[in-house]
Design a protein around this ligand. Structure first.
Ligand SMILES: Cc1cc2nc3c(=O)[nH]c(=O)nc-3n(C[C@H](O)[C@H](O)[C@H](O)COP(=O)(O)OP(=O)(O)OC[C@H]3O[C@@H](n4cnc5c(N)ncnc54)[C@H](O)[C@@H]3O)c2cc1C
Length: 373
């Protein structure tokens, strides 16, 4: 049995552990966090995410734990409905076109599947040294152990140590000029799908159901200079940035006392590692290779797609050099398109560009996503 190490037990890491086990590999996972907990934010995903989760055998569970819905509402700044955008069916019949899900729920689901495949991440552990020797990758770990592997999957996110150690220390994510604000709230009965309010200067706001009880309010906004906002000013800053919006968002802004400890404020940073995403038997996947912004809601889906494709290619008896080469052939163009398109939408928002053509970009991305992985 060939042996892989996955660095990072997040969405890409756990998904690739499952898919490599499905393909007959033995898999170890190291995760730098001390515990398996992940912070409570929501993600919005589309049906290509479910199509990929289906290959891991966990799509039904994700649907059951999340809030399935169809399409989203585009609203004017005052909250009036401009257009309903239907969702696109890319997964199997009966699966929703769109899903809201909390990150802890997704993590539980992937952990459950990994456990069934006898994969138990080692927490509070990362690597110290990594070295290709012949056709093996030798590593020493921060818990004092050493081991060698046929393939190493760097799934350690936007600030990947695998990338800066094995590839180039200068390959770091760059601030895009916007930040995202998120806040979980009880879900009113009539919030049954995502709504996005457009027309604001610098970004957009919206809300999204995550499960029967919870929804979240989101704001993507221009933040010149990437300011650090002290905790005691977060609630006022969030309220201030919501002033442009009417309708339900104004109602939330005017009636909810935001708890600064529960505001998730994240500057948007992005990186697209130039091809190829491998050196010898070390391959980068997920945000480590193509960390993007949330404008197309595709980060998590692309992470799971990477994992599924890797597992499918590795299931045969190809040499590792051929596995990583084929992986690039199947993944690079799609990830690059999504990465560039997401950043383009963000730039249009930052510039308040009157010529922005989001529908054209969305059509091109959809055409790419329509092709199965
Ligand atoms: C606020 C926010 C909202 C988002 N919303 C959406 C959304 O609505 N829809 C969507 O599709 N995507 C969304 N995304 C993007 C999505 O979360 C990412 O694309 C996705 O998490 C990428 O998965 P990953 O496994 O590559 O990276 P991560 O999820 O970041 O996982 C990386 C893992 O590696 C671990 N790690 C890091 N360094 C090391 C190390 N040296 N050694 C060992 N382990 C290490 C980390 O602790 C982590 O567990 C959002 C992102 C943010 C920040």
């Amino acid at each position: 049995m060939r042996k892989a190490l996955v660095i990072g037990g997040g969405i890409a890491g756990l998904s690739s552990a499952i898919s490599l086990r499905q393909g007959g590999w033995s898999v170890d996972v190291v995760e730098i966090n001390r515990t398996r907990d992940v912070y409570h934010v929501g993600i919005i995903v589309q049906s290509n995410f479910l199509r990929a989760l289906d290959r891991l055998g966990v799509a039904e569970e994700a649907i059951a734990r999340g809030y399935p819905y169809a399409g989203f509402d585009l609203c004017a700044l005052d909250g009036s409905l401009d257009a309903y955008i239907p969702g696109v069916e890319l997964s199997r019949k009966g699966h929703p076109t769109d899903l809201g899900l909390t990150r802890p729920a997704l993590h539980d689901i992937l952990m459950g599947a990994a456990t069934k495949w006898d994969v138990t991440p080692r927490y509070n552990v990362t690597f110290n040294k990594i070295e290709q020797v012949g056709d093996k990758v030798n590593l020493s770990f921060t818990d004092g152990t050493n081991d060698c592997y046929d393939m190493v999957v760097g799934a350690d996110g936007l600030y990947s140590k695998t990338r800066t150690t094995v590839f180039d220390a200068a390959l770091l994510p760059q601030y895009t000029g916007q930040a995202v604000w998120r806040y979980n709230l009880p879900r009113p009965a009539d919030v049954v799908r995502t709504a996005l309010f457009q027309g604001a200067s610098g970004g957009k706001a919206g809300y999204c159901p995550l499960n029967d009880d919870t929804m979240y309010l989101l704001l993507v906004m221009r933040e010149p200079g990437n300011p650090w906002i002290p905790r005691n000013q977060l609630a006022a800053a969030f309220t201030d940035r919501l002033k442009q919006f009417g309708g339900r968002i104004a109602h939330i802004r005017d009636t909810v006392e935001f708890d600064p400890d529960k505001i998730v404020y994240r500057p948007l940073e992005a990186i697209l590692v130039p091809a190829p995403w491998y050196r010898g038997g070390v391959l980068l996947i997920g945000d480590a290779a193509h960390g993007t912004t949330p404008h197309l809601g595709q980060g998590a889906a692309q992470a799971v797609e990477d994992a599924v494709v890797l597992g499918a290619i590795a299931a045969g008896d190809l040499a590792v050099a051929d596995i990583v080469r084929q992986f690039m052939e199947r993944r690079y163009a799609r990830c690059k398109l999504i990465w560039e398109s997401s950043l383009q939408i963000g730039r249009w928002e930052i510039d308040d560009d009157p010529d922005a053509d989001v529908p054209a970009i969305s059509r091109a991305v959809l055409q790419s996503l329509s092709q199965d992985i």
